[in-house]
Write a protein that binds this ligand. Structure first.
Ligand SMILES: [Fe+2]
Length: 281
């Protein structure tokens, strides 16, 4: 058993993975890659390619860290499972992403309630190659430490859930996924973009902080950003007055509809007329 350090980190022990564990990674990776082209946002796919995360087996964190640290100053640290909130935030605030090491069993390919190495590495780490998203996650960690002290963790946790885990982004090519909870789920990748049942609202910090979420099924509501700069800018104000403001308002169920909700509607692509070139429209 690997020793757990005081900051809850452990050694990944990459040499200790069995052939069966690498084979499960291959299965998950190949299946997900077939789905993600045309579903995942460009920044995610670029990060995945630059990191060299591939189908050949569970990656060695030391190799990934060489690339990641050089690109944005982030590092992956191995942890035995979910860590206490304050520990998690402290790692993020220091640009250290806590990743689990174990991989799900073959009979858990489609559903796993807790994060495993496939979710953490394939879902979360590629976007840490993007400088703006990398800054957002560090700012989130710093905000988490403040929220912890102010007793508003629940409100801040919803921001993580509806962005880092289940966020959608509007692009010139249409709606795309950046949330790792969706990216590491074959079923939800299709559902989140194409199913008519869930609501898709424009990013709204206060609305997100008031909205409960479910962990046992696909989401009933998603929030759509225009770009990662919007996320980073959202974490810049002091959240203390915002917490006070929303603490006076009721929490919202994921199915709730408010008159002020801003639904996401896909941008219309301009038609190219017979006398216009694409460059003119
Ligand atoms: Fe996650």
């Amino acid at each position: 058993m690997t020793a757990v350090r005081s900051d809850f980190t452990i050694e990944q022990n990459w040499q200790g993975y069995s052939e069966e564990e690498h084979a499960i990674w291959r299965l998950l990776f190949e299946r997900q890659q077939r789905l993600l082209v045309g579903c995942a946002c460009r920044e995610y796919l670029e990060g995945l390619g630059m990191l060299g995360v591939a189908a050949d087996g569970i990656p060695d964190f030391r190799r990934l860290n060489d690339v990641l640290d050089h690109a944005t100053g982030w590092r992956i640290v191995a942890v035995p499972g979910l860590v206490p909130d304050d520990v998690f935030f402290a790692h993020l605030a220091r640009r250290r992403f806590p990743s689990t090491c174990f991989i799900r069993r073959r009979d858990q390919l489609d559903y796993l309630q807790e994060p495993d190495v496939f979710h953490d590495i394939c879902g979360h780490v590629p976007l840490l190659m993007n400088p703006v998203f990398a800054d957002y996650l560090q700012a989130y960690g710093e905000g988490g430490l403040k929220a912890f002290g102010l007793g508003h963790l629940q409100h801040l946790a919803r921001l993580y859930w509806y962005t880092v885990e289940f966020g959608l982004i509007a692009t010139g090519e249409g709606l795309r996924i950046y949330g790792s909870g969706i990216l590491s789920s074959a079923g939800e990748s299709v559902y989140a973009l194409n199913d008519p049942r869930p609501r898709r609202l424009r990013f709204d910090l206060r609305r997100i902080m008031r909205t409960r979420y479910r962990i046992d099924d696909f989401q009933e509501i998603y929030f759509v950003i225009d770009d990662f700069r919007e996320l980073f800018d959202a974490t810049q104000p002091d959240f203390a007055p915002i917490y006070r403001e929303i603490a006076a308002l009721p929490d919202l169920e994921p199915s709730a509809c408010l008159a002020e909700d801003r639904d996401y509607t896909p941008r219309r692509r301009k038609k190219i007329g017979p006398h216009l070139s694409a460059a003119q429209v």
